[in-house]
Design a protein around this ligand. Structure first.
Ligand SMILES: [Zn+2]
Length: 302
């Protein structure tokens, strides 16, 4: 397939020959977006013409001007499309996670801010809102991330973020899909809506004895409660799925983002982590780290 279809180059050298300049990138977006000719959102006319060399088209029916990049991740940015396209290539070819620093150096971008903004738009575009809810048996717990960089001990509580984790438990063993959310607190009014949003009614929801979870049984779930303090099991035995996800997530944040997790960007990171784990399927195939006796999933005061 060549650049006149809706295909995509298979190698970097093909990529470079497909997209040598802005005009080639614009043409590609136009063919993807308007395969049957420019479509006007205002009057529905199916015909128009390009104004000059740029992104702007004029409708033949109502003379409305439309940018071919309007409503796409390339909209309202001064970053050239060739850089956007190269960034897309880089983002989709990374196996070990994404960072703005990595994108900046891979593309030789002049600015960390630009790299960060591009990556942020890719993350939002790749997230899947309205995904199916988890079913069967589901472990649910919370953990904290961020704020434990050396030298900032005094501000830990101000910079830590609360995460809720839901993990499908497969029979006879292994784990299925994962859902994560950034919560304001660990009260019932945060945790119960998290369960309702992420888990199908009829599922069995496994939690510890934290009182905030008591309300889930009123929303169509079978609630299985494990009181950790009353059992000798460490968290990774009674809640192996959430324990596994929490430790993978923390290791991944450290490796990919150097542990610097700003609360306002955490949701984008979480989406990326879930996608990354789904791709590499690591959650489902490994036991908890050997020798791990602590309870990193449980940090709140019970
Ligand atoms: Zn029109």
């Amino acid at each position: 397939m060549d650049a006149t279809g809706a295909g995509y180059p298979g190698t970097w050298s093909e990529f470079v020959s497909w997209f040598p300049d802005e005009a080639a990138c614009l043409g590609y977006i136009e063919r993807l977006r308007w395969p049957d000719g420019m479509a006007c959102v205002a009057c529905g006319a199916g015909r128009g013409w390009r104004t000059g060399q740029g992104r702007w088209w004029v409708c033949a029916g109502c003379a409305r001007k439309t940018s071919v990049t309007a409503g796409t991740i390339f909209d309202k940015t001064r970053t050239p499309l060739v850089e956007w396209f190269a960034a897309a290539w880089w983002v989709t070819s990374q196996k070990y996670g994404l960072s703005a620093k990595g994108l900046e150096s891979a593309l030789g971008l002049g600015s960390y801010q630009t790299a960060w903004m591009m990556l942020h738009r890719f993350r939002v575009a790749m997230a899947r809102p309205g995904r199916e809810r988890l079913s069967g048996r589901v472990e649910v717990d919370e953990t904290y991330v961020g704020g434990d960089e050396p030298g900032v001990r005094g501000r830990q509580t101000a910079t830590k973020s609360i995460l809720a984790i839901a993990v499908e438990v497969k029979e006879p063993k292994g784990f299925g899909r994962v859902r994560l959310a950034h919560l304001d607190d660990v009260c019932a009014q945060s945790l119960v809506p998290f369960v309702c949003e992420m888990v199908m009614p009829g599922a069995s929801v496994m939690t510890d004895g934290w009182a905030a979870y008591a309300g889930v049984s009123g929303h169509g779930y079978a609630h299985e409660k494990t009181i950790l303090s009353a059992s000798d099991d460490p968290a990774h035995v009674s809640m192996p799925g959430v324990h596994r996800v929490a430790s993978l997530l923390k290791r991944w944040l450290l490796g990919t983002h150097q542990g610097s997790v700003s609360p306002q960007h955490l949701d984008a990171y979480l989406q990326e982590f879930v996608r990354h784990e789904a791709l590499s399927n690591r959650v489902g195939c490994k036991a908890p780290p050997p020798g791990c006796r602590s309870s990193p999933v449980k940090l709140r005061a019970a």
